[in-house]
Design a protein around this ligand. Sequence first.
Ligand code: PHB
Length: 393
Amino acid sequence: MTRRLGRTQVGIVGGGPAGLMLSHLLHVAGIESVVIEIRSHDEIEQTPRAGILERDSVRLLVDSGVSDRVLRDGHEHQGIDLRFGGVSHRIDFQGLVGASTWLYPQTDVFLDLAAARARDGGDVRYSVVDTQIVDITTDRPGMLFSDADGVEHEIRCDVLVGADGSHSMTRSAVAGRREYFGQYPYAWFGILCEAPPSNDVLIYTRSDRGFALISQRTESVQRMYFQCSPEESVDDWSEDRIWSELQSRLAGADGFALQEGRIFSKSVLPFRSYVCEPIRHGNLFLAGDAAHTVPPTGAKGLNLALADVRVLAELLERAVLKKDDSALDTYTERALSRVWKAQYFSTWLTTLLHTLPGASDFDVRRQLAELSAVVDSEHGAAFLAESYTGWPS
Ligand code: PHB
């Protein structure tokens, strides 16, 4: 069988938000790319993912011309509630740092990006198999793959980008990489349910029974999570048991109660911290979850992926159009300085709100004092607000 040969400037492995956003930004800069993705468009659309966009992620979607749907269909959140000891404390992002976040699920970000690429004639190949990357330390690296009809392809490019998610296969080509891991002794039990919102903003709760997060999707669908053991089985959790657990974690003297409804999705979501360094080898560059993952508590994963590709698009533009190759040398440092800040913030917020099985009375009182130190101090609350809404780039 003959292999079809192709050529582009930037070959992108992975058609999630990082890969598609990069392809879009390169298109705006006049640089051609081809995106390959092992999943189908529908499979990506149906995977539930997180839902909070930082201020600059919203700006990037709107200002780069992807879509302004986020401004119409998304919901601006001017703060979050931190709840502990059965009392809610509003962290007023607008009042503290003049910024908001937007509730806009990753699925919608993906749909907007996929639509924008289709609208602008982008070359995105879904459902490919047997992907390989070759010759990454030469000036003509390549992507080899077969399409959904079994036809083999070889696409040669100037630069390859690995945006192939947390199970990245491109990452293994970064010779001599150093990998940093952080483990957590808990996971999240996530549900989607048919109910109206229980609050105007997200609620991050610490209770003696563990952490819970009350997030939202639409007027009639809500997303909630509660801390569980990584070994927990969804089959052990009936609807009644889930609601009673969530209600007890949220209960307090103010009489707060969640709006309940039919639960139509349940899953256990383990998490870890991971950073790969460097995130460049030869003419291969990693972006998004392929390069790093953070615990979900700070809602940073998608935002970091978008921040990576914004930097990478700018550097590629300098390298490809202005022939300034040295620009690309700064990628690892520029991207990872933000990533490490996000690691710090996400692990801090995680340990601030989750409970440990063997915690002593001292540990518990110390944790509650730390929560009070944050909400009782304008500077403490502003630190949280600034980190959550996103550091300026
Ligand atoms: C979500 O809505 O899925 C979500 C929101 C905030 C987080 C994590 C997940 O920190």
